[in-house]
Design a protein around this ligand. Sequence first.
Ligand code: ACO
Length: 320
Amino acid sequence: MTTRILGTGSALPKTTWTNDDLSAFIDTSDEWIRTRTGIIRRQIAAREESAASLGAEAGRKAIENSGTALEEIEMILAATCSDEGYFPSAACRIQAELGVRGAVCMDINAACSGFLFALHTAHAYVQSGIYQKILVIGTETMSRVIDWKDRSTCVLFGDGAGACVVGKDEKGILGFSQYSDGSRGSVLTGTAATLATPGDGAHPAGALFMDGQAVFRFAVKTVPECIQDTLEKTGKNIHEIDLFVLHQANSRIIHSVAKRLGAPEEKFPINLNEHGNTSAASIPILLDELNREGRLERGSLIMLAGFGAGLTWGTALLEW
Ligand code: ACO
């Protein structure tokens, strides 16, 4: 027995900003953003929207899609690195919005790898028999942690949430690989405004800093290695994989990973052109879109791959 994704859901803010919308207030262009990243537009949360409200909407849809009753959900894990405060957790606020009274709730922060790490945590709980049905959510309001004056990062991100319900089944997760390297953490940081001393340090307080090229090199090297790791652990080969659902950061990273693996680009679906980089939400949003388009066939092999701040990275192989 393993753990299977029983249903998926996603939610996006109502407001969409195109690249041209951004070039109205920062020195950038649609052409630069498209050619360097593949991004065309992204959704940005309005004042009344939050990581919790988007996460709750995605969670509600995943619960419906899985055919699970609310009372069956025993745990809510929310992967987020851009929630509006330290506590209560996004997971607890999602619980309150959904009215899932009996669930145990907590957040997991592994930045853009957060959904994968939360999925692995849920798998461990399910396999140990502690909980039967768990709601796993990736939800982000990256627009609230980026420095809107830094054109090298603010054009990259978007807001949104994706979710899935997991439970025990004969088919599902076949294998995982997860890694962290805190010694390289300084290439991608999000500093809390309340912890920064005014006027101190090179990075703006309360904002995101990224050495884009270092993160790019890290991603194109570690993602293929980590995929190979999981293939070895599960005894599968690259040609057996039907779809590679990668963290949606940059289309050039995805194309480079496909090339390094010798796998056809058609097996690497992309939606970052529509949503930007939604950090921990990007993998579950894409999974939900593929699921609702009928592109995830029962029995097909799907490789998930995430990478992000920490540094953190990981892969999971699913038999859908
Ligand atoms: N518009 C116009 N020009 C820009 C912009 C912009 N938005 N941003 C930077 N530039 C300029 C720079 O100033 C620079 O100009 P110069 O040559 O005159 O100095 C030039 O464009 C090139 O800048 P680079 O940083 O070298 O551009 P690069 O080709 O490396 O692309 C990018 C930058 C898109 C950020 C790329 O490095 C990348 O995708 N990195 C990976 C990011 C990523 O994957 N993050 C995921 C993790 S996020 C998380 O975990 C929270």
